[in-house]
Ligand binder design. Structure first.
Ligand SMILES: *Cc1c(COP(=O)(O)O)cnc(C)c1O
Length: 384
């Protein structure tokens, strides 16, 4: 306890302001464009779309809201089926429930930790058998890394089912020369406080299709019909981003590339320092891709390392260092105990293994070398 009190807390992933945010916030104050929407929102959307190479973008109040809008736009409704990655944060799948639809969870493959094309194909084959295809597939890109999008896209195209790409954790990542989040019919991003850039809370929806972007704007602003007397024919939401927060986003977007480099350097240091320890492996990086290493994730082979992932987490916690297990797969969550799950055929359940052996290490872009050395020393002490 005493030790814990003496050491400053090292967090998993913290906000890292650029200093440019205030300029955009002040502009909003000076012009009284506090709300609704305004120049910062328009510019943030344009700058963001340009960054990821998309036609357009719609700034919203959270990544979860963006997923909810995406499902609405793709007409997912009561008792529809939606396929979704199992190894992810709950926010990827909650909007499926908002719509009264049912998720079917798909395992990961070991090379990217993201959705397994084998398991996806199996799920589709079964769906064809039962005569009920999913309305959409939500593909998640974890910890800064793209899924194997070429294989996943071609499977979904074969069955003619649209993709929602959850790139909440992979903003700035590349896959075969294109930005992560731009492979699906709709891509979503998050600017929650722990993400690679933050607006304190916020999200973005992108698409190549103007009609999808238009529909997203419409639904996110209470679905007002074009009439002066507030007429509504559909369910809408109040999901737009505030002009103040969009100002924060503009200041953050300017330094996104620096944040990516910083997180990749942090990963390199962990890798270099822990390379010689038996039983420790790092989340792989796909060839033809660039991971942002939003979080450095490792797996611990208990037999080789003589320690479990949970014991390592415990050691870090005792030193006031925040680390976390890899996401608990959604098919293992009490909330989804009724849901179907397809595991990666060849390897058994990959995401269950990643959950029990995986941990995420402190990876903030403003993590100091001194603090990172403390994390590494704590790991080394427990590993030898
Ligand atoms: C953070 C996150 C979200 C949700 O984003 P919010 O902006 O917090 O609503 C969705 N999916 C994944 C994988 C995330 O990590």
């Amino acid at each position: 306890m005493l030790k814990k009190k003496l050491l400053n807390k090292i967090s998993l992933s913290t906000p890292h302001m650029s200093g440019m945010e205030m300029k955009y916030i002040e502009e909003a104050f000076e012009t009284n464009w506090i709300a609704p929407l305004g120049l910062n929102v328009d510019e943030f959307e344009k700058e963001f779309a340009h960054y990821v190479g998309m036609k357009g973008a719609v700034a919203v109040s959270s990544g979860t809201a963006a997923i909810h809008l995406a499902l609405s736009i793709l007409d997912v409704g009561k008792d529809d089926i939606v396929f979704c990655s199992s190894l992810t944060f709950i926010a990827s799948a909650n909007p499926i429930l908002y719509q009264g639809a049912h998720p079917v969870f798909i395992d990961s493959e070991p090379e990217s930790w993201n959705m397994s094309p084998n398991a996806l194909e199996e799920a589709f084959k079964d769906a064809v058998h039962t005569g009920v295809l999913p309305k959409a597939v939500i593909i998640v890109n974890l910890y800064g890394q793209s899924a194997k999008m070429d294989e996943l896209v071609s499977i979904c195209q074969k069955y003619n089912v649209p993709i929602i790409e959850d790139a909440a954790e992979s903003l700035g990542a590349m896959y075969q020369g294109k930005a992560s989040g731009t492979f699906g019919d709709i891509g979503i991003y998050s600017f929650n406080g722990n993400k690679i850039i933050t607006t304190s809370g916020g999200g973005m929806l992108v698409s190549h299709k103007p009609e999808i972007l238009e529909k997203a704007r419409f639904l996110a602003t209470q679905a007002k019909d074009p009439a002066p007397h507030y007429q509504h024919s559909e369910i809408g939401y109040n999901y737009r981003m505030s002009n103040i927060l969009a100002g924060v986003g503009r200041g953050q977007l300017e330094v996104l590339n620096h944040r990516i480099s910083a997180r990749r350097v942090i990963f390199q240091i962990y890798k270099q320092e822990l390379a010689d320890f038996e039983g420790i492996e790092f989340m792989p990086e796909l060839v033809e891709s660039l991971s942002t290493r939003w979080l450095t994730a490792i797996t611990v082979n208990e037999k080789e390392a003589n320690v479990t992932s949970r014991e390592l987490l415990q050691a870090l916690a005792e030193n006031n260092i925040e680390a976390r297990p890899v996401w608990k797969p959604l098919h293992m969550q009490p909330l989804f105990k009724q849901s179907k799950y397809y595991s990666n055929c060849k390897e058994g359940s990959v995401c269950e293994r990643l959950f029990s052996t995986g941990i995420c290490l402190p990876s903030s872009s403003n993590l100091t070398l001194k603090d990172q050395v403390r994390v590494i020393q704590c790991l080394k002490d427990r590993l030898k």
